[in-house]
Design a protein around this ligand. Structure first.
Ligand code: GLC
Length: 716
């Protein structure tokens, strides 16, 4: 459809029909089988029969047959024959569950992220999805927040690169039928919810917001993301769904002219925030802030006409949103082909196809992070093993927000070991509940441990406790799991702790184990990937993208912190009068960028092409890296800078680039990076982004604690 055709279509539409396009509801509401508390038949926002014929989109449906049935019905009933936009939360896969986004970010492999997104797009497009509510580009520094599983960690640059990779994977496909629109969320700064409590308020300075929290959304906009979703939280006193500051940033400063959709009921929730006195005011504030589509609540449909008739809203404001929505549907080809790639036969071909399962398996191995290994791994023998723990044979490892993936099809560690030909005894030991008190299974587990050479102890956090509205105030393993570890370790010191988790956890209770690694929530193929790593078929290469705390009291915790006027240095003098805790260290247990391997990568001899960097020039930073082991492997070499003194305090380290390299056993190479002034720049009040003259330190190494450094001076 051409632009003029869209404009002609709009001329035919009534105000009510335009407000309908600006509304989206649950699939079930249109199929008369919804018991949804919001928009179901009894809900406050229940749609009338005539409203159901004119809504613009739906979310939460189960595949091609449902999509085709509803689209067909809708096109018969909609007076303007405007196709519905079918949307879902395809966060880390649709039917094939890939590792959760936080896990995938630990691969530091944006090409892998793009491939995962593209595979997810093929599956979900075949199921009729045209927009996925992904990537979640929220920066996160607080592991108490359950939604850290959905994002890409604490570093602005990595989070930006990963978010953009997902947008590319969804939206770029040689076969346009499999193009699925991405939706950058949640705009903005949802990850900074106070106290890590979901939906809580956010208060950030412009300085912090612009130098850290907005980078992921900006990267999505720059990558051409088709949609942006507003966040539930308030930001500096105004709910994001009606926050004019956000409109100025997203629309005016960044030039985003795509569709903004509210989060689930977040328009109406501006009343709860105390920002709108009623639904009518909520609708007005949201439309003025250019929130084009209202998800689930129906304030636009209920009050939009009255707001226009009274002059509180103009038809231009309505038309602006309707034009964006129709243009999006046009961009996705819905007017020519309202069913997209939805195809019941093709579902059999693409869902969980061998290629996607193989990708899920390799992605799970590449996302795992080895935290400790005192010569235990990889296992040299496939017998004499005790497989113990609540996650040893659990199918609940595919992760939260796993869309239409079926837990029952997940490959457990137990199955992975069996397929690998391992001989082992199995004992669950205890349940996976956070408040598990039944430890009656520990005796059997201890017996298995006593009779085995090696114990694989699968512990962690169930996916039931991860994701939306799953904030925790305690990051330790459950008391039952801690007791299981103590009893098993007491009879067999050769324990490999395998963790399944949706967030960083406090691992002090298992730190004595000679080997520890995390699989995160690895998706459908997690058990096979785990066996591949245990027996050395795959090597570890993942690096943490969120700091693992010593304890929850350190939250929020992140590597790129400020130095303070009294930085604590355990070796320093006057330690008592420094910025520290009296009952815990400042340092994380495992820091950002940390991750071991079966190989051993040694970085040395950092060299700069010059001791000064002038505007317009590039500074070459080179480091020698040797794989000082007998095992081929990959390593993420990371480059950080520190601006030693500036007009605003700068973080003690900032990741500015990284290179994932592969080295054969004993191979050595030189890795080079290039810095230029844009890498030294930061946002200043007033919106200018520029680098300031002065001394910088550049650190290069295996993680954010890298000690190899050199200094240079930047001259503008
Ligand atoms: C949820 C989430 C959002 C999701 C939306 C639709 O509450 O906050 O991330 O996309 O509703 O499911």
């Amino acid at each position: 459809m051409k632009e003029k055709d869209i404009l002609q279509l709009m001329q035919k539409m009534t105000l009510e029909q335009k407000l309908g396009q600006m509304s989206l509801c649950e699939f079930g509401d249109l199929m008369q089988n919804s018991d949804n508390a919001f928009t179901g038949p009894k809900g406050e926002f229940a749609l009338t029969a005539s409203q159901k014929k004119i809504v613009g989109g739906v979310l939460n449906f189960k595949g091609a047959a449902e999509m085709i049935e509803l689209q067909k019905k809708h096109l018969e009933e909609d007076p303007n024959k405007i196709p519905l936009l079918f949307m879902m939360d395809v966060i880390h896969g649709y039917v094939t569950a890939f590792p959760i986004p936080l896990a995938l970010s630990c691969s530091f492999d944006t090409k892998l992220a793009e491939h995962v997104a593209r595979a997810s797009a093929v599956e979900c497009a075949t199921g009729g999805v045209k927009i996925t509510y992904s990537p979640m580009a929220d920066l996160m520094r607080d592991a108490r927040w359950g939604r850290v599983m959905e994002g890409y960690g604490e570093d602005p640059m990595l989070s930006a690169r990963m978010s953009a990779a997902f947008v590319k994977g969804y939206q770029k496909n040689v076969d346009p039928r499999f193009v699925v629109g991405g939706c950058a969320k949640h705009f903005a700064c949802y990850g900074a919810a106070e106290a890590g409590r979901d939906y809580n308020c956010v208060d950030l300075s412009d300085y912090t917001m612009n130098n850290y929290y907005l980078s992921g959304y900006k990267a999505c906009v720059d990558a051409g993301v088709m949609m942006v979703m507003t966040a539930f939280n308030s930001l500096n006193g105004a709910p994001c769904t009606g926050n004019m500051m956000l409109r100025r940033k997203l629309r005016e400063e960044w030039g985003f002219d795509g569709v903004v959709v509210s989060d689930y009921n977040s328009v109406a929730e501006m009343i709860n925030h105390g920002y709108a006195k009623d639904l009518r005011e909520a609708a007005k504030l949201a439309i003025q802030a250019e929130c084009d589509m209202e998800m689930v609540s129906t304030s636009y449909l209920q009050t939009g006409a009255s707001l226009v008739e009274s002059g509180e809203l103009t038809m231009e404001q309505i038309d602006r949103s309707v034009y964006r929505i129709l243009s999006l549907k046009n961009k996705l080809g819905l007017f020519e082909n309202p069913y997209g790639a939805a195809d019941v036969q093709a579902e059999k071909k693409y869902y969980r196809c061998p290629d996607f399962l193989a990708l899920a398996r390799s992605a799970a191995a590449e996302s795992a992070v080895l935290l400790k290994n005192e010569g235990v791994l990889p296992l040299k023998k496939k017998e004499g093993i005790a497989l113990i723990g609540p996650f040893a044979d659990s199918k609940e490892i595919i992760g939260g927000w796993s869309c239409n993936a079926d837990n029952k099809l997940a490959v457990t560690v137990r199955t992975g070991l069996e397929e690998a030909g391992a001989k082992f005894t199995y004992a669950a030991g205890c349940g996976d509940a956070l408040d598990e008190t039944d430890t009656s299974g520990i005796e059997e587990a201890v017996k298995a441990a006593q009779e085995s050479e090696t114990v694989l102890l699968c512990l962690g956090e169930s996916m039931r406790y991860s994701g939306e509205c799953k904030s925790r105030t305690d990051l330790t393993l459950s008391p039952a799991q801690q007791e299981l570890f103590r009893h098993v370790y007491a009879v067999n010191k050769n324990v490999v702790v395998v963790l399944f988790q949706g967030r960083p956890l406090d691992l002090r209770a298992v730190l004595d184990a000679p080997a520890i690694f995390t699989m995160w929530h690895p998706g459908t193929e997690g058990g096979r990937a785990c066996a591949d790593l245990l027996f050395g078929k795959c090597n570890f290469g993942g690096k943490l993208t969120m700091s693992f705390p010593y304890c929850v009291g350190q939250m929020p915790l992140y590597y790129n912190h400020y130095n303070t006027g009294r930085p604590f240095d355990p070796a320093g003098n006057l330690a008592e009068w420094k910025s520290k805790y009296i009952d815990a260290p400042n340092a994380p247990l495992f820091g950002f960028g940390y991750g071991l391997s079966y190989s051993k990568f040694v970085c040395r001899d950092v060299r700069l092409s010059s001791e000064t960097l002038r505007a317009g020039e590039k500074l070459r930073v080179a480091v020698k890296v040797k794989n000082d082991s007998d095992v081929d492997g990959s390593e993420v070499i990371q480059l950080y800078i520190r601006d030693e003194a500036a007009s605003r305090i700068r973080p003690v380290r900032e990741l500015k680039d990284y290179k994932k390299i592969f080295l054969k056993a004993h191979e050595e190479t030189t890795v080079e990076f290039f810095l230029e002034k844009k890498d030294l720049a930061f946002w200043h009040e007033g919106g200018q982004v520029y680098a300031e003259e002065g001394e910088f330190t550049v650190f290069v190494g295996n993680d954010s604690a890298a000690l190899n450094f050199k200094k240079f001076v930047y001259i503008a």
